[in-house]
Design a protein around this ligand. Structure first.
Ligand SMILES: [Zn+2]
Length: 372
């Protein structure tokens, strides 16, 4: 997989399901699954992948304890978030792809753990050290955005006030892990899932899934220059590639929902590579420029306002650059006009030829144009 990424210019792998038991099993343990090899073997594989110029990001999760583990029964329950009656909260867990899980026979129940408890923060630090020991370039902390269904912790043995707000130390945890990483891996990437705005003070990147025609880039409004990454899962997923260009999202290729290889969806991959090449060529607009979404221009189709599109202002020339996507299965005609600046040339993601812009463009089905 590392070789495949290197060959296609994909710069990083997020490794999911590497922990003992697989995703959402055995939390908060970050020991490798022995069925996949030893700790040393994983460490060696990571080093080999890094030597190819591909970074290796490990999936991580500190939010829960897996209720079904001896570790939880034998002591970790002490550090779980407690309700006013002294009981821990229970998150109903996830039913993935086995019949017994769909029937809810053996679904793992996940118990939200208390980040206000010093002992739990220390345990997270010890688990984090394993990720550093493996030589990873970063982690993606899945479900860092919540502690559902808990809001307050009433456990008086945790050292916080009764009814302590359990989101309060979300940033402190990352600050503490950053201090450890600063000594051992100063470039360590702290990525999180769908980080809420305040978390972006400590995370470098937020990952979300936005595969909807109606998706609104709200995080991009709050933090225009932040790094956001979105999932691309389809076998010819031109529309999600277009969305990445339009909203300045990093592409996360996910053939077979993390279980495939890049080569499993060549159409998506090739289109994504063309988009990234275009975005690199015009990075003063579509990467370094100011995201203004639907301000500063008018885009219409059939005499009505058209969506989706986005305007960026070039960091160099301050001139407008538009991205207009056609998510539909049929070609359509759009008219575009920028305020106070003439648009003169356009091209498709998958056709490098620039064409003169005369006010309107016929965009082929499931295609995307830039107009500058
Ligand atoms: Zn607590």
């Amino acid at each position: 997989m590392g070789e495949e990424c290197a060959r296609h210019g994909v710069k990083a792998i997020q490794l999911v399901g590497w922990n003992d038991g697989g995703q959402d099993q055995g939390n908060p343990s970050h020991d490798p699954d022995p069925r996949l090899g030893t700790f040393e073997e994983l460490k060696k594989a990571i080093a080999e992948i890094r030597a190819m110029g591909v970074k290796l990001i490990l999936f991580a999760k500190f939010t829960w304890a897996d209720r079904a583990t001896a570790a939880f029964r034998d002591g970790l329950h002490r550090l779980a978030i407690k309700d006013p009656y002294g009981d821990f909260y229970v998150y109903s867990g996830y039913q993935y792809q086995t019949a017994t899980q769909f029937l809810d026979i053996n679904t793992k129940r996940l118990i939200p753990m208390c980040f206000l408890a010093e002992d739990y923060l220390r345990l997270c630090e010890a688990e984090f050290a394993k990720i550093l020991d493996l030589g990873a370039d970063g982690f993606l902390f899945d479900e860092c955005l919540h502690h559902s269904p808990a809001l307050l912790c009433f456990d008086e043995s945790h050292g916080h006030r009764p009814g302590g707000p359990v989101y309060a130390n979300d940033n402190l945890l990352i600050e503490r892990l950053s201090r450890i990483a600063a000594k051992r891996a100063p470039d360590f990437l702290f990525a999180g899932e769908a980080c809420y705005d305040r978390e972006m003070a400590v995370y470098h990147l937020s990952y979300h899934r936005s595969e909807s025609k109606l998706h609104l880039p709200v995080p991009r409004y709050s933090l225009p220059a932040a790094q956001y990454m979105t999932a691309i899962t389809g076998f010819d997923d031109r529309n999600m590639v277009a969305q990445c260009l339009m909203y300045r999202y990093i592409v996360s290729y996910e053939p077979f929902n993390f279980k495939g290889r890049l080569g499993d969806f060549p159409l998506t991959l090739e289109y994504g590579k063309m988009m990234d090449a275009l975005r690199t060529e015009l990075r003063d607009y579509f990467w370094d420029g100011e995201f203004r979404h639907e301000l500063g221009a008018r885009v219409e189709s059939g005499g009505k306002p058209y969506h989706p599109w986005a305007l960026f202002t070039s960091a160099k020339s301050h001139k407008p650059g538009l991205v207009v996507a056609n998510y539909e299965d049929e070609a359509l005609e759009i008219r575009a006009e920028a305020e106070g600046s003439a648009l003169s040339t356009w091209r498709l993601i998958d056709d490098p030829a620039w064409q003169g812009f005369g006010g309107s463009i016929r965009i082929p089905a499931r295609s995307c144009v830039v107009i500058i």
